[in-house]
Design a protein around this ligand. Structure first.
Ligand code: GLC
Length: 471
C-alpha cells in the first residue's frame, strides 16, 4: 500500500503547531510497518537553508488554480528514509509567515490541486491520499470532481483528518469558481450556511474522515465543539473515526534528548533534579529542590483553558508553595496576565513569551507537574511529552486529554483530571496534585507509571493501516 500524506506543515521543515509533529512522525511509523508513505508540503521561503540544500529538483509543472496557470517546482528531500516532496511557487509561499494572508484560500487551493497534479511526474502512484486540515481539504473535492475518471488516477482513495475543527477555511460564495475553480452546479459540495466551507467539502468527498482522538470524534458531533459542522458530521458519521495521535518517542526521550542538561529514565531519576535546578535558575526561580514546579507550554489562546488559570492562579500562589513556569505566545490579554503574575510573584513564577522548542524540552525535563486545562483539545501532544519526561499532567477531561491521561485517585492512572470547565474544579485538581507531591514514595510510583506509558505511534499506526485497508 502506498500513502501520499499531504500537509501544510511537517517537521523538520516547518512547524507552527501539532500538525507538524504528526506529519513529521506518523509517516515514519507507517513506513516501519512496511506501508509506503511519502509526504507532500509547500516549499516555504522560511525553510532553513541547510534543509533547503538537501533538496533535489525533480521537474516543474503548471498547476491550474481556477482560470490561472501557476508554476509549480517539485523538489524532493529524504529525511530518516522518508521521501518528502516540497512544492515550490515563490509567489504563494515565499512570505514571512506560513498562514495569515488575504489570499490563503488561493494559496492552499494551489497546493491542494498541486498534490494531485504532481502524481504523474513523481513516478509513484499512491493508493491513498491522506489530507490534513482545511489547507488540504480541496484535494478530496478535486479528486472526486476532476481526477477520479482521468487516466493514471484510477482507484485512489482519499482520507481527511481534522486536527482542529475551529479552522475550516470559510470564504464568500462569490469566489467558488474564480478562486477554487468549482463549477456552480457542484457548489453544493462546499456550501455550508451560505459560505464556501472547505472542511465541509472534504467531509463530503473524502472516503474516510478521521480526527485525532476517539473522544474528539464524539465531541464534534455536538454543537458545543463543532463550530457549526455537527449536522454534516452526524450525517456522515459512518465514515468518521477517532485515532489517537502518538508522539515521536525518539525526539522526546529523556535518556537521549540533546536539548536537556542531564539525562534520566524511569529507573534512574537523578538527572531530573539537575534539570529542575537548571530550569529554576534559567527562569529566575528560587532554587528549591522540594517545591512542586508546575509548567505550562502552550499557545496562549482561549481554548487552552487560560480563563480558568487566570481566575485561580493568584489564589493558588497565595495559599501554596507552588512554583510555576509558562512558555507560550498568543493573545495579548494572556501574555499580559502572565507577565503581571511574574512581577507579582518574583522568584516563584517564570514566564517566557515565545515559541522556543529547546526551552520547551528543558521545561518538560525540569518540571514536576504539567498543567493543561483545555476547554477543547482535539488530541494535545504536550501531555504525552510531559508523561514521558515524568512531569505529571493535570488535564481537563476533553478530547485527547481524556484519552491519554487517567486520574490517579484510585491508585492507578498517570495524572490528575477534572471534568467540568470550571476554575474551582481545576484548582481542586491542582491541590490534589500538590498533595500527591508531598508524598515522595507515592509520587515516585506515579512518575514511574507515567514515564512507562506507551504513547508511541505503534498502536495508532496500526489503526491507520486498518482504516486505509477498509476503504
Ligand atoms: C491541533 C490540535 C491538537 C492536536 C494537533 C495534532 O494542533 O489543536 O490538539 O494535538 O493538532 O493533531
Amino acid at each position: 500500500m502506498k500513502v501520499l500524506y499531504a500537509a501544510s506543515e511537517a517537521l523538520p521543515f516547518m512547524a507552527s503547531g501539532g500538525l507538524a509533529d504528526v506529519a513529521g512522525s506518523l509517516p515514519q511509523a507507517l513506513r516501519r510497518r512496511l506501508v509506503g508513505c511519502r509526504v507532500v508540503m509547500p516549499l516555504y521561503g522560511g525553510i532553513a537553508p541547510e534543509l533547503r540544500e538537501s533538496m533535489k529538483f525533480i521537474t516543474s509543472i503548471t498547476v491550474p488554480v481556477a482560470w490561472r496557470r501557476q508554476y509549480c517546482g517539485i523538489f524532493e528531500a529524504k529525511v530518516g528514509g522518508t521521501t518528502y516532496y516540497l512544492l515550490d511557487n515563490e509567489y504563494y509561499f515565499k512570505r514571512d509567515s506560513i498562514y495569515g494572508y488575504y489570499d490563503d484560500g488561493e494559496r492552499f487551493a494551489f497546493f491542494a490541486r498541486a498534490v494531485l497534479e504532481i502524481i504523474p511526474h513523481i513516478g509513484w502512484k499512491p493508493d491513498i491520499i491522506h489530507c490534513n486540515d482545511w489547507q488540504t481539504a480541496l484535494t478530496p473535492v478535486y479528486y472526486q470532481t476532476i481526477y477520479a475518471g482521468r487516466d493514471g488516477y484510477e482507484n485512489i482513495r482519499t482520507v481527511f483528518t481534522i486536527h482542529n475543527i475551529q479552522y475550516q477555511g470559510r470564504y464568500g460564495f462569490e469566489i467558488l469558481n474564480d478562486v477554487f475553480g468549482i463549477p456552480e452546479d457542484q457548489g453544493y459540495l462546499l456550501e455550508w450556511n451560505g459560505d464556501v466551507n472547505l472542511m465541509k467539502g472534504a467531509i463530503e468527498c473524502a472516503h474516510a474522515v478521521t480526527t485525532v482522538s476517539p473522544t474528539y470524534a464524539e465531541e464534534i458531533l455536538d454543537p458545543w465543539f463543532s463550530y457549526g459542522l455537527d449536522p454534516i458530521l452526524r450525517a456522515r458519521s459512518f465514515k468518521l473515526q477517532g485515532i489517537l495521535n502518538g508522539i515521536d518517542v525518539k525526539t522526546y526521550d529523556p535518556e537521549t534528548d540533546p536539548m536537556i542538561l542531564s539525562h534520566y529514565s524511569a529507573e534512574d531519576m537523578a538527572g531530573k533534579a539537575v534539570n529542575k535546578a537548571k530550569l529554576q535558575s534559567e527562569m529566575g526561580l528560587q532554587q528549591l529542590p522540594d517545591v512542586p514546579l508546575t509548567a505550562m507550554v502552550t499557545r496562549l489562546v482561549s481554548h487552552k483553558g487560560l480563563d480558568l488559570v487566570r481566575e485561580m492562579l493568584g489564589e493558588l500562589m497565595d495559599s501554596t508553595d507552588l512554583q510555576m513556569v509558562v512558555l507560550g505566545s498568543g493573545d495579548a490579554e494572556y501574555e499580559a496576565f502572565f507577565r503581571e503574575m511574574a512581577d507579582r510573584y518574583p522568584g516563584r513564577m517564570g514566564v517566557r513569551i515565545g515559541f522556543i522548542p529547546q526551552l520547551a524540552h528543558r521545561i518538560y525535563a525540569g518540571s514536576d507537574i504539567f498543567l493543561m486545562p483545555s476547554k477543547t483539545e482535539p488530541c494535545g501532544l504536550s501531555q504525552m511529552v510531559a508523561l514521558r519526561y515524568g512531569s505529571i499532567p493535570i488535564v481537563r477531561e476533553t478530547g485527547g486529554l481524556r484519552d491519554s491521561v487517567q486520574d490517579s485517585g484510585d491508585g492507578e492512572g498517570n495524572g490528575f483530571t477534572f471534568r467540568n470547565y470550571n476554575a474551582h474544579d481545576m484548582a481542586h485538581a491542582v491541590r490534589r496534585a500538590l498533595e500527591g507531591y508531598r508524598n515522595p514514595e507515592g509520587w515516585r510510583i506515579l512518575t514511574d507509571r507515567a514515564m512507562r506509558c506507551d504513547n508511541s505511534w505503534s498502536h495508532s499506526a496500526g489503526e491507520y493501516i486498518r482504516m486505509y485497508k477498509s476503504i
